[in-house]
Design a protein around this ligand. Structure first.
Ligand code: ATP
Ligand code: MG
Length: 431
């Protein structure tokens, strides 16, 4: 007797992408690749699992991600602490250092795939989600910072997405942030009674993050806080101005948001986000910035860098709101057949039609002609090729048109010599 088995379901916050929607993802991935190649970015694939200390060091101890969102566990075989990647940048930088990628020249790199964060699942916020990550390693900017913003703006155009706005800020350099930090902590100390729990906890460890609060009771205090911009030196200001000037030149609208700090510790100078009000509570589709200290922080030869990441679930959500993303037909040709010799002929013809570049489903399993034709119709094939006893005897397939320009029709039926079927179909389908 077999023991009964309790059905297994997916882990909360980790989604299955079923065939009825995955065509949107396939279409998106094709567009993304084409777009990235337009700008000369090359692909890098890094492991899903890394040593935990890569992320604690690379992302920063006092960040939401490291404090509470990482999937960390001990490898039971050797006791090492491992973490499922919560983002790409740390892994991409590690790999670039490990393989000396920056030795010869700077690198334009992109990665795409799942990342993992232990957050409360809701629309636009999952525990396994997908990011497109783009990095410019070894570039000091501001030219490449501008390039990255121009390229994201082009992606929205290519996808036909609107209703998404650019927010921009500069975080200056570390020494400038330190001077500001001293002034900021003094301000927070003076308003200690208005700080919430997170604010009190981060007051000394990450005071800039305290200003990024969504707590309404803290807004007035945050608005009155000393501004980082007032602490920036000439070079940092020039870097920022150069970006703003180029965006003006390209006609890209933006809003300077002096409070934006981004979720990761490692940014300096440029930070930007593309935000929208069309995704419910989750506003940010794309976020990025410059991280000139990260490569040396992770043990590499110091080199500047800039990058951004797009959350693909949010992008697909937004895209399907702007465009009708109907499913494409499953195939061009559906082959129905009855009888043993007909099956042999069906398999042969299927291969021959594919040789000619058309997409074919050869009916699998049993079924009456009528049932098979229903499957053919469901597949949205343009043409059915029918092989029964009389077709095998005559050496000619019956070819029936089912759809023209995607619309179902009462098509005519033709008899076509087996050898001529691929060319005949090609004329019918490709024209
Ligand atoms: P948020 O403020 O929404 O938590 P974040 O600052 O943590 O975002 P980043 O680390 O910059 O996000 O990640 C880049 C992008 O990945 C985000 O702009 C968003 O589109 C997407 N993203 C982040 N967290 C999630 C998640 N849990 N589920 C789905 N997408 C996410
Ligand atoms: Mg987050």
């Amino acid at each position: 007797m077999t023991e009964s088995f309790k059905k297994v379901s997916a882990i909360r916050g980790m989604n299955d992408l079923l065939p009825d929607v995955s065509h949107q993802w396939e279409a998106l991935e094709l567009t993304l690749q084409k777009w990235l190649h337009l700008y000369g970015y090359r692909n890098m694939r890094v492991p899903v699992l890394e040593h935990t200390r890569l992320f604690t060091r690379g992302i920063g101890e006092v960040t939401d991600i490291v404090e509470k969102e990482m999937y960390t566990f001990t490898d039971s075989l050797n006791g090492e602490s491992l973490t499922l990647r919560p983002e790409f940048t740390a892994g991409v930088v590690r790999a670039s250092i490990e393989h000396n990628l920056l030795y010869e020249r700077p690198q334009r790199i992109y990665s795409i795939g799942p990342v993992f964060r232990h957050e409360r699942p809701q629309r636009g916020r999952y525990r396994q989600f997908h990011q497109l990550d783009v990095e410019g390693l070894g570039f000091a900017g501001p030219d490449i910072d501008v390039e990255m913003i121009l390229m994201t703006a082009r992606l929205w155009r290519m996808l036909g997405i609107d209703g998404i706005e650019l927010e921009l800020n500069t975080l200056g350099q570390l020494s400038e942030r330190q001077a500001h930090r001293t002034a900021l902590i003094a301000h927070l100390e003076a308003h200690k009674d208005t700080l919430d729990e997170d604010g009190l906890r981060r007051m000394y460890s990450n005071p800039l993050r305290v200003l990024d609060t969504k707590n309404p009771a803290m807004q007035e205090m945050a608005n009155a806080a000393p501004r980082l911009f007032d602490f920036l030196g000439k070079e940092s200001r020039a870097h920022f101005k150069s970006i703003c000037d180029r965006l003006d030149d390209a006609g890209i609208a933006y809003r300077v948001n002096p409070r934006m700090v981004r979720g990761l510790d490692y940014y300096n100078l440029t930070v930007f986000e593309w935000v929208t009000d069309r995704l419910g509570a989750q506003a940010t589709v794309c976020g990025g910035g410059r991280y000139d200290d990260l490569i040396s922080l992770l043990g590499g030869k110091p080199a500047p860098a800039v990058g951004f990441a797009i959350g693909l679930e949010r992008l697909v959500d937004l895209w399907s709101q702007s465009q009708e993303l109907g499913a494409p037909p499953q195939c061009d040709v559906y082959v129905v057949h009855q009888g043993d010799s007909a099956l042999t002929q069906a398999l042969r013809l299927g291969e021959a039609i594919r040789d000619a570049g058309m997409r074919v489903i050869v009916h699998a399993g049993s079924g009456s002609f009528k049932a098979q034709m229903r499957r053919a119709d469901h597949s949205q094939a343009a043409i059915a090729v029918i092989l029964g006893e009389s077709e095998i005897e005559s050496g000619q397939a019956s070819v029936k048109t089912l759809r023209r320009a995607g619309e179902a029709i009462q098509g005519d039926q033709a008899s076509v010599w087996f050898a001529d079927v691929p060319a005949y179909l090609q004329r019918q389908i490709i024209g």
